[in-house]
Design a protein around this ligand. Structure first.
Ligand SMILES: [Zn+2]
Length: 273
């Protein structure tokens, strides 16, 4: 028992040694500056590759079900908004301008949208139609989801999940159980992609998203109207991707508090709409 504890402890220690503090993004006008702890075994490149693979599989599945990009006008609209937002990502991280950003539309009634690590964006038709979103409101959602990718929140939560499972694996190995390391990594990745973001991550995505939309020339006030619509439009059940988010009133308060910081950026934006 004692030996087991020592081995498990060694696993945890080596894990701590394998962690590094990183700053994924620059602060911007909104000043998001938290240092993030990342597990080095999961590099940005690995996470992006896993995500890109998962995204491809989702696209292939949707294609088969004939639910992929069925509405050309909306697809064009999404791409236009994405282009304007992507043009602004250099404020937060220079390398992101070279990412292979992509946006696709899924014909599905759910109120959902996401951006996977590395810049793979998906919008569900339901959220655009049911909430009758304006371009600026779409930009608010897209900017928020892009911010999660810029801040590598996916890799951060994967690192956390990996740490927990790695600890378990150390105990398992001590108990003489065979574990397939790669299998574990895959499981963790699968979980992390669907893992809810922490409140801290949500607040950061709100602020960075707000600045991205303002710089792209979308009125940041639309972020507030979006969340107001969202809280009404959710019906009895909140939208799936919101159920773990902070309460709407907290979120709206945070956004309103930060609008003055980004308003000058919106007003001086060349492509203001
Ligand atoms: Zn979020």
């Amino acid at each position: 028992m004692k030996k087991l504890a020592i081995i498990a402890m060694a696993g945890v220690l080596s894990l701590v040694a394998g962690c590094q503090s990183v700053s994924t993004t620059s602060g911007g006008a909104v000043g998001v500056g938290r240092e993030q702890s990342m597990f080095m075994l999961l590099s940005t490149r690995q996470v992006d590759q896993m995500s890109s693979q998962a995204y491809k599989e989702q696209l292939a599945e949707a294609e088969q079900k004939r639910t992929l990009n069925r509405d050309a006008a909306t697809v064009a609209r999404l791409n236009k908004i994405a282009d304007r937002l992507v043009a602004q990502v250099g404020t937060f991280r220079r390398d992101a301008k070279q990412w292979k950003w992509e946006v696709n539309l899924l014909q599905k009634d759910e109120l959902n949208a996401y951006c996977m690590p590395g810049g793979k964006i998906m919008f569900y038709s339901g959220i655009i139609k049911k909430l009758n979103l304006s371009d600026a409101e779409i930009a608010a959602i897209m900017g928020h989801e892009m911010a999660h990718a810029l801040r590598e929140h996916g890799r951060e939560s994967m690192s956390r999940a990996y740490a927990v499972n790695f600890g378990l694996m150390a105990v398992g190995a001590a108990a003489g159980l065979e574990q397939d390391h790669m299998n574990l990594a895959r499981q963790v990745a699968d979980v992390a992609i669907t893992l809810p973001n922490s409140r801290t991550a949500e607040a950061e995505a709100d602020l960075i998203g707000l600045e991205l939309m303002a710089r792209a020339g979308y009125d940041p006030e639309a972020a507030v109207s979006l969340w107001q619509k969202m809280s009404k439009g959710g019906g009895q059940r909140p939208p799936e991707f919101l159920s773990t988010h902070p309460s709407t009133s907290t979120r709206i308060e945070g956004l309103k508090h930060n609008i003055p910081k980004v308003l000058p950026l919106y007003k001086s934006s060349a492509n203001r709409t």
